[in-house]
Design a protein around this ligand. Structure first.
Ligand code: SF4
Ligand code: SF4
Ligand code: SF4
Length: 307
């Protein structure tokens, strides 16, 4: 099979998506038989060459991110938005709840560890954009692979599909479908409430390791999250936080979990949740279609939904 040429770029994020390549362990050798990486932050090549595939991780947070994404679009035949920050804005996107000025003030002047702080002003520093954006809100994206970070097996499958000229197949259902916990109540419409309230996992003394979190009254994002991670947190006795993003038919991950919780809680129960945005939009705030949460961009998942 002919190798395809690849350039990878890191925008704004924790770099975990690039590190996830290394989680392929010995299978990385098989992947490297399929692709030739001409540029990446790891080999520290600065120039972006012409390639078959550009892989971008991280969101668009400052002017430099925006510039790099645009050069990638010019130089790469196809672009893969890699990881949840790139696909949906990710955790850094939560800064969209505040203005740029508020964020800078909090980080450089008001943080608990700051003494005589000042906001950096050097002209070489890339300027923070007013709002965080997903990559597809700045350039046209051909493929997306979500996950914070994406699963190594999904990375391998995606690369193989692209080398073979196929569209990578993404899971379409929600996480509860692949979850190994018993969830006999969750999918059954019924009049009785499943739970009186939802809790954080640390608020309870005892957790049944085999029963659905939501059925125990523990907040889990499974109903509003795309399957495909192998329910890795849930298996480790930790509720899902939604890092794979919404299912293609949901569009709005936050609205989807609000809808799901509203069906299992007593009327008005949601009013007692302190951080609905932080729960429902932790990974997807920049692509929310609600104008009250941020400026209106063209919604990147609309196309996938219309297909
Ligand atoms: S998606 Fe997650 S792992 Fe990847 S860069 Fe963003 S925060 Fe890091
Ligand atoms: S809500 Fe969470 S624990 Fe329950 S079935 Fe869905 S993913 Fe599993
Ligand atoms: S269980 Fe949820 S938070 Fe954990 S990896 Fe899967 S989608 Fe992400």
């Amino acid at each position: 099979m002919k190798k395809i040429t690849v350039a990878t770029g890191h925008l704004q994020g924790c770099f975990g998506c690039h590190v996830a390549f290394l989680d392929l362990h010995e299978e990385l050798i098989e992947v490297l038989d399929l692709i030739e990486i001409l540029r990446s932050p790891i080999n520290d090549v600065k120039e972006i060459p012409e390639v078959d595939l550009g892989i971008l991780d991280g969101c668009i947070d400052n002017e430099e991110n925006e510039k790099i994404a645009k050069v990638f679009r010019e130089k790469a035949k196809k672009i893969l938005a890699f990881g949840t920050c790139a696909c949906l804005g990710g955790v850094p996107g939560l800064r969209n709840l505040f203005s740029r000025e508020e964020v800078l003030k909090r980080a450089y002047l008001e943080s608990e560890s700051t003494v005589n702080g000042s906001i950096p002003q050097a002209s070489e520093l890339p300027k923070l954009l007013p709002y965080v954006k997903a990559v597809s809100q700045v350039i046209e994206v051909d493929y997306e692979l979500s996950g914070c970070p994406p699963l190594p097996s999904s990375i391998k499958e995606t690369i193989i599909a692209l080398v073979e000229g196929r569209e990578p197949e993404l899971p379409k259902r929600n996480l509860c479908h692949e979850c190994v916990r018993t969830h006999k109540e969750l999918f059954i419409p019924r009049r009785e409430f499943v739970t009186d309230s939802v809790h954080s996992i640390i608020e309870l003394d005892r957790i049944d390791e085999s029963l659905c979190f939501l059925e125990q009254g523990i907040l889990c994002m499974g109903p509003a999250t795309r399957e495909g991670c192998g329910s890795r947190c849930v298996k480790a006795n930790t509720p899902c936080r939604g890092c794979m993003g919404p299912t293609p038919d949901a569009l709005e991950q936050g609205a989807k979990i609000i809808n799901a919780l509203a069906t299992i809680l007593p009327a008005g129960g949601l009013m007692f949740m302190e951080d609905v945005v932080g729960v429902g939009y932790r990974y997807s705030l920049p692509v929310s279609i609600y104008p009250c949460l941020q400026p209106i961009y063209e919604h990147p998942r609309q196309e996938e939904k219309n297909e």
